[in-house]
Design a protein. Structure first.
Length: 83
């Protein structure tokens, strides 16, 4: 009985982490989409200045975070399979 409860607690913990990672992924992708739209708008207006390049840099950093989140989601999903 104790092993079953411990397993269920671990499973619930992993599911909660997965949900948090999914929310973080959704928010990050949403920010990237808005940021790319703003970058394109500035480019179309010919306003290629430090704000433009800062936005491009931030976009690349956010894409790196997306890759990290996807990697972590994959690991946690495999962890559930192993339970």
């Amino acid at each position: 009985m104790f092993v079953y409860n411990s397993l269920m607690a671990k499973l619930d913990e992993i599911k909660e982490i997965l949900n948090t990672l999914r929310i973080a992924l959704s928010i990050t992708v949403g920010i990237v989409v808005v940021l790319i739209g703003s970058i394109i708008n500035r480019y179309d207006l010919g306003r290629i200045d430090e704000i433009f390049w800062t936005a491009v840099s931030v976009c690349f950093v956010l894409m790196f975070f997306v890759l990290l989140i996807v990697n972590k989601l994959s690991k946690k999903t495999k962890e559930i399979k192993d339970l």
